[in-house]
Write a protein of this length. Structure first.
Length: 295
């Protein structure tokens, strides 16, 4: 006498993330983007560690007259070493941009998947509320919130992350809506798999492609938003070393001592170009992967 046992269904596209990454690394554009991004990330990560050996100064130490062109890159508006400030100013920008992007991805992704999976009044409530936040310009909302709460680090991360969430939610909802009608989702429901497990184990792995593309875009916007807020005086506060703050502090003497502006501008530009190249490559790899699966 044989005993029939039933096993939970297998997710259809469980290997999609791995296939996406393989297709990504095959593209020359992605390799260039990874190289550019890697250079700036290494400067930001290891810059503060190598300061004692490279410059011998701290980022807040006065080493000479303001805007003195002597030395490798001269001094800034207060007489601090520009190279030291530059090497010490990228880590916070990358860290806060990554945290803000991650916060936006978690909030927006959960809301988008919930809206598409539940449907009905839940979908309407989430997306109509989402539309209200979409109508508010991101930078204006950030300026208002920071003016009220103060330019604290947690406020910067939270405000930028929250402003990303509505846009990420729309992408997550559209991707989830195309997945929830698949047979393996219905099969999981027939086996009485808890809904949260269906979302995490079946839905999420199959919308990784669009979410990774959105992740790259939001990271780029986070870097630009943080640098812009620091330039306006509402981001990192003196005497903190920060690339956006360096541009604001040294722009008045651009013709006399340009390196205090050129170095952070160049770093932000290279980082933005690199992340954009990676994002474009991710979008192309995701499209190619979807075409291959449809065949």
């Amino acid at each position: 006498m044989s005993v029939l046992t039933s096993a939970p269904p297998v997710t259809q596209n469980a290997v999609a993330p791995q296939g996406l990454l393989r297709r990504l690394f095959r593209q020359r554009q992605a390799k260039v983007g990874l190289a550019l991004t890697g250079i700036i990330v290494c400067i930001a990560l290891f810059g503060p560690m190598i300061l004692p050996w490279v410059t011998g100064y701290t980022s807040t130490e006065f080493v000479g007259r303001p805007f003195k062109p002597d030395g490798l890159f001269g001094t800034d508006n207060l007489g601090r070493d520009v190279l030291t400030r530059f090497l010490d100013g990228g880590l916070r920008l990358l860290l806060f941009a990554s945290l803000a992007t991650l916060l936006g991805m978690v909030i927006g992704g959960m809301l988008g998947m919930l809206a598409a999976y539940r449907g009905g009044w839940v979908d309407s409530l989430i997306m109509r509320t989402n539309d209200i936040f979409l109508a508010l310009p991101q930078l204006v909302f950030a300026l208002l919130a920071i003016t009220v709460l103060g330019p604290q680090n947690w406020v910067l991360v939270t405000v930028i992350g929250v402003t990303h969430a509505p846009r990420i939610a729309r992408v997550a909802r559209a991707a989830t809506a195309a997945v929830v009608t698949e047979d393996y989702i219905r099969a999981s429901e027939m086996y009485a798999v808890p809904k949260w497990k269906i979302v995490v184990q079946d839905v999420l792995p199959n919308i990784t492609g669009p979410l990774m593309v959105e992740l790259g875009l939001r990271l780029t916007y986070s870097i630009g938003a943080l640098a812009s807020l620091s330039f306006l005086g509402l981001g990192m506060q003196p005497p903190t070393a920060d690339w956006g703050l360096m541009i604001n502090e040294n722009r008045i003497a651009l013709a006399v001592q340009p390196w205090g502006v050129i170095l952070p501008v160049l770093a932000i530009a290279v980082l933005t170009v690199g992340t954009n190249l990676i994002t474009d490559s991710l979008a192309r790899a995701s499209a190619n992967l979807n075409e291959g699966e449809s065949k």
